[in-house]
Design a protein around this ligand. Structure first.
Ligand code: MV4
Length: 446
């Protein structure tokens, strides 16, 4: 096991990683920007190092500053958390060349799955169902017309270097196809320096269901079941739950097996997620691999009883997974609400600043992962999530009741938050019946 790791992140996930490492007897080095000098996670780390000014590009994304901090503090490994450098293959490569273990998949795997055209080809070879689409990249207008003629409209044009909804265009007819093709291409070129695009049939009213996997360095890959993340706005998830109310045990097993095949095909080790779209007929299609720990990993922790961050650290240190697929049993139902400092009444405009009062809920089945406290000042430089409220109860209906009770208890004074919106969503008949799709939030609360 490692003696000391550096946490290359901030906020609740920095705190989460510090907690996991501390329980393993591993020392932690926390990095921070000048905007985070008063952050809670700094008090929980063994050591702290400022890596730069507030803008992420100069601090949490500043590879030379972070590597210097790692060298000075003599850490064995770096945990990137989510966002920032978590899926940066070049950063993982620099860690390797400095003999610092990157706590995540190998740089080759990050690159292979980060190229969505390549990931699609890997999925097809691994017998993982994909959405019918182009055979590789689409080079020009004629190529786009030919693919659309074969698939039929609507289609979706996606950036190969994109993911998470960035650089996508939906087209319902040929003029939209041509303009969408050029728009997606130039957006991808500007955002990722790679204008490669591909086309898929557009699946209407899908649910977003993803499989959590964990893999060691000995080729063992296990599925930890699914999360349903169908409550989202502009590709930002608001609520995640497990199990999905939309799939049968048979679909769960088929999706898990497909995710494990995909992970094996990409040489995956560490924790990761294989995302699928589930269409209204119950067919599922691979869309992408997230080569990182995700915000919503906590939902899976509750239903499996497995500490995913600790397992991630263990497998990165070269330990074999200590359990088999048959040892993984899920229990009950977990729901997570992301609490953001945003004003839903003003287009989800960020609402940073002083948290005058912060009183988290408690009681049976409630977990709060938050870096906030009364008197904390939310910086305006980073994302607006101020915490995750989770519940774990025997059934979905009980979990919804507990979540409503916990949301009502939660006091956050100062910034506007998404708490009232969550209460409305949990009261909506479609959510309560578990029949909502990814368009639900914008349809009813947009
Ligand atoms: C799709 C899709 C429908 N058909 N692909 C969104 C995030 C990224 N991981 C992939 N996403 C989607 N891919 C096909 N072939 C629908 C989504 C999608 C979506 C698309 C447009 C507007 C809102 C959306 C919300 C969730 C998912």
């Amino acid at each position: 096991m490692f003696n000391r790791i550096l946490v290359a992140n901030r906020g609740e996930i920095a705190q989460r990683i510090i907690r996991a490492a501390t329980e393993l007897g591993v020392e932690t080095v926390a990095i921070y920007s000048e905007a985070d000098a008063d952050a809670l996670y700094l008090r929980q780390a063994s050591e702290t190092i400022c890596v730069g000014p507030a803008p992420s590009a100069q601090s949490y994304l500043n590879i030379p500053a972070i590597i210097s901090a790692a060298e000075i503090s003599d850490v064995d490994a770096i945990h990137p958390g989510y966002g920032f450098l978590a899926e940066n293959a070049q950063f993982a490569e620099v860690c390797r060349s400095c003999k610092i273990q990157f706590i995540g998949p190998d740089p080759e795997t990050i690159s292979a799955v980060g190229d969505k055209v390549n990931a699609r080809e890997m999925a097809i070879r691994a017998n993982v169902p994909v959405v019918p689409g182009s055979d590789g990249p689409v080079a020009d207008e004629d190529g786009a017309r030919a693919v659309a003629a074969r698939l039929g409209f609507p289609v979706i044009i996606k950036a190969s270097a994109g993911g998470g909804g960035r650089g996508m265009r939906v087209a319902h007819n040929e003029p939209a196809l041509i303009s969408g093709f050029h728009a997606a291409k130039s957006e991808a070129e500007a955002a990722f320096g790679d204008g490669t695009v591909y086309i898929e049939r557009f699946v209407e009213k899908p649910r977003h269901v993803e499989i959590q996997i964990i893999a060691d360095k000995f080729g063992k890959v296990l599925s930890l079941g699914e999360r349903d993340c169908s409550v989202q706005r502009r590709h930002q998830k608001l609520i995640e739950e497990s199990p999905s109310p939309a799939i049968s045990e048979g679909q769960r097993e088929a999706m898990s097996a497909a995710a494990v095949r995909m992970a094996k095909a990409s040489g995956y080790n560490s924790a990761g997620t294989v995302e699928f779209l589930l269409d209204p007929k119950g067919e599922f299609y691979f869309i992408e691999v997230n080569a990182r720990i995700q915000v919503e990993h906590t939902v899976t922790e509750l239903v499996t009883g497995i500490d995913l961050i600790q397992e991630m650290i263990r497998v990165a240190a070269g330990e074999p997974l200590r359990f088999e697929q048959s040892d993984i049993v899920t229990r009950g139902h977990a729901i997570e609400c992301r609490i953001n400092a945003e004003d839903p009444a003003k287009g989800f405009q960020p609402s940073p600043g002083l948290v005058e009062s912060f009183v988290p809920p408690g009681g049976p089945g409630v977990r709060v992962d938050s870096h906030c406290f009364s008197g904390y000042r939310i910086p305006s430089n980073y994302d607006s999530m101020v915490g995750k409220l989770l519940v774990h109860r025997p059934t979905r209906q009980e979990a919804i009741s507990t979540m409503r009770r916990a949301l009502s208890e939660f006091v956050i004074e100062g910034p506007k938050t998404t708490i009232p919106l969550h209460l409305d969503i949990l009261g909506h008949r479609d959510f309560r019946a578990g029949v909502h799709d990814t368009g639900f939030l914008e349809r009813y609360f947009g």
